[in-house]
Design a protein around this ligand. Structure first.
Ligand code: BGC
Length: 460
């Protein structure tokens, strides 16, 4: 094999794992189109509606916990397959639910899939990617999340427009015209099935194999993705680091893990407290209430989704060149500027102009090349292999709890304190994030996961 076939293979492996992100994005976005239809069909009151929406998040939390134990026991690959099964079962289960209880259970199962994928997919990529391309490859995962969100919007919109047609078949009339939310969920089983088949073909993470003393297998796999010399050096480094951390008995409670854990948790929480999901999901209604859009919610959702996707390419191209800190600090500067300015427009009542639209898109663009991908990159590269799954699970759990907090309190805050204050609160958290990145976060570009241990894991 030559260098280009190694690159080909590693791209294929990381691309496959990144599809976990696509299902994460699809599953979390599909509900926004389906909820009103489900609500009308089952005459849901506000409480049950809340359960339906939050059931996905509850599942996520269960999924993250499960991954903390599972992926060290059964391996990264099998854990990823489990997430694919969860997505598949959830898509089929939701579409065949005839009452709220099975629907909520099926949503919880999908949420478990999201929780598992959000830990294991980027972590697997981090463990496989060569050091000089790791940032780029974990950014594929972020790109997949944005593609998943967009796909869900498109497929929801397509199904709504299909439902305007008349069908000869009674089944199609029932399934597409009368109960359009069913195919909305069912569509997810297509990428889930593809993901499942593709994961079957990728190898196990060599770093995990070394951890469970399967050195020969790790060596064989490394030799399929690196030139022989490089594979040998990397294997020695992995083994040395594994011996060191078992010798020192590194655990989550070790003093030496505190700094990386602090960085991972703070970055995860502050990524969400920038208000990203509030803006992605409520953006169109913000435009509507500001008088910019009347009934074009979907168009604005698609514009937001497209900008989110396009600007992720900047991270893909530059994160291994200019570094994580540079992207974080530049992106956060744009994020803070746009949030402060949006708040100002609402405060002064100048919201009817195109300027608001521009500022929201600026926010999304800056998030897409900085906080979006770089948070996931850093969380997945700073921990030693011996504790990586558990530590990444804790950070990801913190991220999902922050998703829940923002989802829970954003509408309330908007109503009680108004849009200006809400934007300024998000701006305040992003200012904290800026200084945290400036003072505490260290540059990790180009370092191997084993070298990273000497950057972050200070001796105790
Ligand atoms: C965040 C998600 C968000 C997505 C938007 C991810 O990095 O973790 O919460 O919905 O970016 O693209």
């Amino acid at each position: 094999m030559n260098n280009s076939s190694f690159a080909h293979r590693i791209n294929y492996i990381c691309f496959t794992a990144s599809l976990g992100g696509l299902l994460f994005g699809f599953d979390t976005a599909v509900i926004s189109g389906a909820i009103n239809l489900v609500k009308a069909q089952f005459s849901l009151d506000a409480l049950v509606e809340g359960w339906l929406v939050s059931s996905g998040l509850a599942g996520c939390i269960i999924g993250v916990f499960m991954t903390g134990f599972l992926s060290d026991r059964i391996g990264r690959k099998k854990t990823m397959m489990l997430s694919a099964w969860m997505f598949l079962i959830s898509g089929i289960g939701c579409s065949l639910s005839f009452s709220m209880v099975p629907l909520i259970i099926a949503r919880i199962i999908g949420g478990i899939g999201v929780g598992i994928a959000s830990v294991v997919s980027p972590m697997y990529i981090a463990e496989f990617a060569p050091a000089d391309k790791r940032g780029r490859m974990i950014s594929y995962y972020q790109l997949s999340i944005t593609v998943g969100i967009l796909l869900a919007y498109f497929s929801n919109a397509l199904l709504v427009s299909l439902s305007q047609n008349n069908f000869e078949s009674a089944v199609l009339t029932w399934f597409i015209k009368e109960e359009t939310w069913r195919p909305m969920f069912l569509v997810m089983s297509i990428p889930s099935f593809i993901f499942l088949i593709m994961v079957l073909k990728i190898p196990e993470s060599p770093r995990w194999l070394v951890l469970i003393n399967k050195r020969d297998k790790a060596e064989r796999i490394l030799n399929t993705v690196r030139a022989p010399k490089q594979a040998e050096v990397e294997l020695q480094d992995i083994e040395k680091a594994a011996k060191k951390s078992t010798g020192e008995k590194i655990s989550l409670l070790s003093k030496s893990i505190r700094l990386p854990l602090l960085i991972g948790i703070v970055l995860a929480v502050l990524q969400q407290l920038s208000g990203i999901n509030a803006i992605i999901y409520y953006g169109p209604s913000i435009f509507k209430s500001a008088g910019i859009a009347d009934n074009n919610a979907l168009l604005f959702q698609v514009i937001i989704g497209a900008v989110n996707l396009l600007f992720t390419f900047i991270a893909i191209r530059s994160v291994d060149k200019y570094g994580r800190r540079f992207l974080l600090l530049t992106g956060l500067t744009g994020i803070i500027f746009s949030l402060l300015f949006c708040g100002f427009l609402f405060y002064t009542g100048h919201t009817g102009s195109i300027l608001l639209l521009f500022l929201i898109l600026l926010f999304i663009a800056c998030f897409a090349f900085s906080l979006g991908p770089v948070t996931w990159i850093i969380i997945n590269e700073i921990f030693p292999t011996a504790v990586r799954v558990k530590a990444v699970s804790i950070c990801t759990l913190a991220l999902w709890i922050a998703v829940w907090i923002v989802g829970q309190f954003f509408p309330w805050l908007l109503e009680k304190a108004g849009a200006a204050v809400t934007f300024w609160i998000f701006a305040a958290f992003s200012i904290i994030n800026f200084f945290f990145c400036l003072k505490v976060v260290k540059e990790t570009k180009g370092k191997s996961l084993e070298e990273m241990e000497s950057v972050f894991v200070v001796p105790h």
